[in-house]
Design a protein around this ligand. Structure first.
Ligand code: ATP
Ligand code: MG
Length: 470
């Protein structure tokens, strides 16, 4: 009881401090920013988020669009998603909406569905009552608090903004709007403490500052390189989620270079070592990331499997070469190489099984694209993952890894009618079709083995191998 009381007294102590940021504090008097100063109009908010706020407010609760969406709208960026914060508990939120369910154990929130839209609703969190591990990392955070406390628990000042659709005002506890206008990214509270609570905030600092064109302020920036090791303590699935966000942010190349500048890549995420330190694949990876960034900025979809396949391709290739040089049979050696490379990543980064399956499919198609003789090209064309494999080949061609002739041949083969396709096959130079005919005719056993290998590859290419990975 006394401990609880003391904790309450102490956790509020910094609030009274007049010093600027540097210690966690609860600011009870936010700035209320009117519409003509923040520029957000109601019609910029998704109708689902508006319905959630209206629904909760009609029941007498507080409800705001919060965080990234408010930040992005003020910065003139279209938000990816809309989150809502409220003083209603998860159970109370669920009772207001027909299609809503509580998710998460360590951080309970509510998903409210409207048609195909989903809004994440989180209850205001209290200060300093979260359960932490021996490094200070927050393990469980389900203690409800006031809106002011909730604001102090968010990571950066620009992320602690609350938009109230009914009054069309922005509630700003930590000078977030001013920081956004100054193009500054600043941690709420003491950065060291906040990184300790959640090391992923270091990656978020890099990703969000790149996305928004903000400069991370000195206090927030300096501890990052010193505390980079804390990322070792973050669950692999969480790191994978964050890396995926970073790589699909539309600013992947810039983010990765910034990660390197902050010492966040070395030895921490094997994937980053690979991307940033492999001279062989650098051109290929840079090209792949440029294309991905471009697609994201054009609002096109991107496939995580394809992306990770490009990032790790040269690792797989190097591993495969070593195995072949040791005398291993090529196709099984490729499969071994693929598994080994993905397993190495899995220690730090939990690539999901589905994505690992996609990666393997794309890789396994590459040697097959070299084998065009007989009916092989026709069979390949029917593979469900052919298109991804072909797109991958195009990148390999552009980076100079394979002959452009091979890429052009496949482009023509896809676009051609049946006669043109037959002509393309007939026109293959004997050493270009990948099928050493004389050897095959003489050794029927090896032909059978080859068919077997091809079936195995076909399985991978159609996605059926996804269960044996990751
Ligand atoms: P984006 O959606 O563009 O990736 P975001 O800031 O909206 O960026 P979300 O993961 O959607 O990121 O989080 C929504 C809000 O929740 C954030 O704006 C921030 O206020 C808060 N938040 C998210 N992650 C953290 C964290 N690790 N620590 C503290 N607050 C966080
Ligand atoms: Mg968001």
């Amino acid at each position: 009881m006394i401990t609880k009381l003391l904790r309450k007294v102490f956790r509020r102590q910094p609030a009274g401090q007049a010093s600027p940021r540097g210690h966690a504090r609860v600011t009870d008097t936010p700035a209320i920013i009117p519409r003509n100063q923040h520029g957000i109009r109601r019609d910029m908010i998704s109708s689902a988020a508006l319905r959630v706020c209206d629904g909760l407010q009609q029941q007498g609760y507080k409800a705001f669009v919060v965080g990234g969406a408010v930040r992005d709208l003020i910065a003139g960026i279209t938000p990816k998603d809309f989150d809502v914060a409220t003083n209603a508990t998860p159970e109370q939120v669920v009772s207001v909406f027909r299609r809503a369910r509580i998710i998460g154990r360590r951080f309970r929130i509510v998903h409210v569905m409207f048609g195909r839209d989903m809004i994440e609703v989180s209850t205001f969190r209290a200060m300093n009552d979260a359960e932490t591990d021996e490094h200070g990392r927050i393990l469980r955070d389900n203690v409800w608090g006031s809106q002011a406390e909730d604001a102090a628990r968010r990571d950066f000042t620009v992320n602690a903004l609350y938009y109230d659709p009914s009054s069309e005002t922005v509630v700003d506890y930590h000078h977030g709007v001013a920081d956004l206008k100054k193009k500054t990214m600043s941690m709420i509270g003491k950065p060291e403490l906040r990184y300790r609570e959640d090391p992923v905030r270091m990656l978020r600092a890099v990703r969000l500052s790149s996305k928004l064109g903000l400069t991370i302020d000195k206090q927030t920036r300096t501890p990052i390189s010193e505390m980079a090791d804390l990322l070792n303590n973050v669950p692999a699935a969480r790191l994978f989620d964050e890396m995926l966000k970073l790589l699909t942010s539309g600013h992947a190349l810039e983010c990765l270079h910034r990660l390197r500048d902050h010492g966040l890549h070395h030895g921490l995420l094997p994937l980053l070592d690979v991307i940033l330190e492999q001279p062989l694949g650098e051109r290929f990876v840079t090209l792949a990331l440029e294309r991905t960034d471009q697609r994201v900025r054009e609002g096109k979809s991107i496939s995580p499997g394809f992306l990770f396949a490009t990032l790790l391709w040269h690792e797989a290739l190097a591993n495969w070469e070593i195995r072949k040089a040791r005398g291993e049979t090529p196709m099984p050696a490729l499969f071994e190489a693929m598994s080994e490379v993905l397993d190495q990543q899995a220690e730090k980064l939990a690539i999901t099984k589905r994505i690992a399956g996609d990666i393997k499919d794309i890789w396994a198609l590459q040697p097959r694209l070299d084998q065009r003789g007989g009916r092989r090209a026709f069979r390949l064309l029917e593979q469900p993952r052919f298109r991804a494999g072909y797109d991958f080949l195009v990148l390999r061609g552009e980076s100079g890894e394979v002959d452009q002739e091979l890429v052009d041949w496949w482009t023509d083969f896809q676009e051609g009618d049946n006669d043109q396709r037959e002509a393309l096959i007939a026109g293959l130079a004997p050493d270009r079709d990948g099928a050493p005919k004389r050897r095959r005719r003489r050794r029927t056993n090896s032909r059978r083995r080859e068919d077997g290998a091809e079936q195995a590859q076909g399985g991978a290419a159609s996605g059926s191998s996804s269960d044996d990975v990751a």
